[in-house]
Structures are given as C-alpha cells and as structure tokens.
Design a protein around this ligand. Structure first.
Ligand code: 4NP
Length: 153
C-alpha cells in the first residue's frame, strides 16, 4: 500500500474517537513532514456541528493535541470518492461504512480498520481514564501506520 494522500477517520458520533485520531494523526504527520489531508466524520447524525467531547479535548490538550476547533459531521457519499483511506475505529463502524459504501457509485476509497489487530474502544459512556486509554491506543496505532508509510519513501 502506498502512502495515502488523504485519510478520513470514522466512528459513530464523531465526538470522541475519530476527532481524537484526526488530531493525533495531523500532529504526527506534521512532525514527520508528511503532507496528508486528514478529516473525521461519524456514521450517526446525533452530534452534527458539535465540538469533540469535553473529555477528549481535555485529555488531548494534556498530551499536546488540539481538538477544540473541530466540528462533528456525518459521513457523506462523496467521502467514498474524496479520500484514499477511510479508517473505521471499530467493527461496527466498519460494518456501517460497508453498508453506506454499497449505495455509492464507483467508490474509490479503501475501507480499513484503523487498528488491524483490534478495535478502538468507545469511551463515551466511560470516564476520563477511558479517554486516556483511548489516546494511548490511538497514538500507538498512528505510530505504526506512520512507520509503514515512511518505509515506502
Ligand atoms: P464516538 O463516541 O463514536 O467515539 O464519537 C460516541 C459518541 C456519542 C455516542 C456514542 C458514541 N452517542 O450515542 O451519542
């Protein structure tokens, strides 16, 4: 797989996992000098227009990731043409994306699990510690993808 030019992270609400992954990946691509367009979206419409969850913003800030300027949006058909890779944060997000993709004419995006060996646990109904664990998981997986992509260049 070649290094993508654009990545979309997708979870359910687009207020916890996918905006956190967007913030981490954006910062790490900048550090690595990789010019990749990064965005995130949710399969559900519950939180459209909202900022990320305040716990994600707070824990992200402690770790040096800026999330407060992000705004939740829903996945749209054109995403399946605009992005090289669409990363699902868990298996249910992946199943939802596969259903949405089936209704799109000639989709070009590659749908992948962000963590190929697991899932990013949903911290929404948890506490602050679940958000700390979520960031830890996202940072590890992001580093693995960056190592892979940098090995191609
Ligand atoms: P996310 O977490 O998919 O990581 O953004 C959730 C956010 C909201 C809800 C569920 C999960 N919700 O049911 O409103």
């Amino acid at each position: 797989m070649i290094t993508p030019k654009s990545i979309l992270f997708v979870c359910l609400g687009n207020i916890c996992r996918s905006p956190s992954a967007e913030g981490v990946m954006r910062a790490k691509c900048k550090q690595a000098g990789l010019d990749i367009t990064i965005d995130s979206a949710g399969t559900a419409d519950y939180h459209i227009g909202e900022q990320p969850d305040s716990r994600a913003i707070a824990v992200g800030k402690q770790l040096g990731y800026q999330l407060e300027n992000l705004q939740a949006r829903q996945v749209k058909p054109d995403d399946f043409h605009q992005f090289d890779i669409i990363f699902a944060m868990d298996d249910s997000n992946l199943a939802n994306l596969q259903k949405l993709q089936a209704a799109v004419v000639q989709p070009t995006a590659k749908l992948l699990s962000f963590d190929p060996s697991g899932q990013i646990a949903d911290p929404y109904y948890g506490d602050k510690n679940d958000f700390v664990k979520m960031f830890d998981h996202i940072i590890k997986v992001t580093d693995n993808w960056l190592k892979l992509w940098q090995s191609y260049s």
